[in-house]
Design a protein around this ligand. Sequence first.
Ligand code: PNS
Length: 164
Amino acid sequence: MASPPRRCVCPGSFDPVTHGHLDVVVRAARIFDEVVVAVLHNPAKRGTFPVGQRLELVEESLPDQVRDQVTVAAFADRLLVDVCREVGAGAIVKGLRGGTDFAYELPMARMNTHLTGVETVFLPADPSLEHVSSSLVKEVHRYGGDVTGLVPDGVLRALRSLTP
Ligand code: PNS
């Protein structure tokens, strides 16, 4: 029997990283030997944060206990399955906050398996983080709401330094 994949990819836009993302990365590192956090982006689309800053924010926010297992890298204009091939990952790990995420993620997971055989492992989001997404965090912050505790301190500082 083939041995299970020892390296996985946690993909996303990470614009910016949240505690929800970090929870999934930490839990993925308990299952896999190595985790590649893949910041996927389309150079034609301007995100809120430049890709270099997104990478820095993920790097600096990783808890010490997973630092040796996790690498963070950016990939532009690429299929996720090609990223997996490039880094030698046999699995994709994603968090699911609820049914809407599942409906969105399921066809992508099936398509990715269809394309190269790569499997997707879904981790149920921590209930305390189910309401956390990069887009909601940005919207709440933009209109003066407090997002303390939902994102790492570096992201809080980065959000505060955004020009309105
Ligand atoms: O954080 P997001 O925006 O939910 O991440 C979505 C992402 C980047 C993981 C997804 O859009 C993706 O996998 N993009 C890479 C392009 C690709 O492979 N598309 C086909 C998916 S079946």
